[in-house]
Design a protein around this ligand. Sequence first.
Ligand SMILES: Cc1cc2nc3c(=O)[nH]c(=O)nc-3n(C[C@H](O)[C@H](O)[C@H](O)COP(=O)(O)OP(=O)(O)OC[C@H]3O[C@@H](n4cnc5c(N)ncnc54)[C@H](O)[C@@H]3O)c2cc1C
Length: 398
Amino acid sequence: MCQEIVIIGGGIAGLSAASELARLRGAGHGILVLEAEEDVALHSSSRSAQQLIPGYGPGPVLELTRWSIDQILRAGEELAAPLAWPSAFVVAGRPEDVAAMAAPGMRSLSREDLVLLCPELAANPERYPSAAVDDSAVRTDASALVAWHRARAEAAGVEIRTDARVVGLSPQEGETWVVDVVGSGKTAARSETAVRARTVVNAAGSWAEHVGALAGATPQGLQPYRRTAALVSLAEPFVPEHPMVDDAAQDWYYRPDPVGAMISWGEAEPSEPCDATPHDGAVAALIETLERETALRITGTVKEWTGLRTSRPSDVPVCGWDTAAPGFFWLAGQGGYGFQTSSALARATAELVVQGRVGWWLSADTVEALRPAARDADVVLRCPTGTDGNPATGGAAL
Ligand SMILES: Cc1cc2nc3c(=O)[nH]c(=O)nc-3n(C[C@H](O)[C@H](O)[C@H](O)COP(=O)(O)OP(=O)(O)OC[C@H]3O[C@@H](n4cnc5c(N)ncnc54)[C@H](O)[C@@H]3O)c2cc1C
């Protein structure tokens, strides 16, 4: 049987696209999600800070974020528990660093207001003389959002196959693809199957460039970057409304969490796509840094992890048809914005695949910025300098 649409990757990108494609088509039958792992969302989508910040990222990302936050808040209104809720975002540091990160919608904070909001920064006035806050930021429950998209897709008839790694993509005459799929044998007998599909959506996260190469598609310069984080317990718990705090010098950030705090380095170290794990001592060094620079007292580590944030040189996600491989669609390069742009990118994907164009709700400039690079385009990795929102270089540290 020929599938209408095969989506490669069961992270937030692939599952939100499946859910939105099913909604727009009025049915999910003929849509198949293939996920290499034994469960969905085991990679970047289960390792994020879960913050949605309207002022974080380059211009097209800001537009995608505003739209996505609105959709995620609305979707939650129909559910027993919200999918997102208000969670202010504070940037603190030297005035020039704060100014470099302050985006439209952020207001500056006096030192007194900063200390009221974040008393743990009071002891270090030299390092945190200046700050700005974004009151419109929200926190999402990433696993609930992933589960909501999955349930919505499956209820509409989408099939989600796990332990199904795509290892080959061959274009056939008649405008279909043969998708070669291998099952590892961990959840069922080892298997090798082939699926036919008219459209292939590449939502393979850090592996998207490799999946593109399987299809002979145009390279997009997608590069995964490591980031290491942890959940820790605190001697003095945060009040529930404590904001997320980002060091404007890009070094680290933290936010309240039911167990105490989520803490993270702001690093962006290039990596191969993989199941990344923390470097030895990385979390201990982060805890030491936070305890030196703030009054936080960390009593234990509950969990530590490293995730990959995968970006194009432009730091704008890629969402559109490949220029060399007909029927091959890119949905990748979400970098540190994969949740905050997810609903808008899912809708843009669904509209491009089903209707051939994106509706009026998204500006033409953003649609253009999302377009995949053509084969003759100059895809070069950006030089690691500057504070322009490139995860390799600067912007907020999330
Ligand atoms: C520390 C950290 C903090 C972050 N904080 C935030 C934040 O606060 N807000 C925000 O918006 N974003 C944040 N992000 C970014 C966000 O997590 C990612 O942008 C997002 O999860 C990417 O989703 P994805 O579906 O593209 O990738 P993934 O979740 O990695 O999913 C891709 C899937 O494709 C599968 N796959 C790959 N190759 C194949 C194949 N050949 N066959 C079948 N399946 C395949 C993989 O197994 C994987 O499950 C953060 C990321 C990190 C690491």
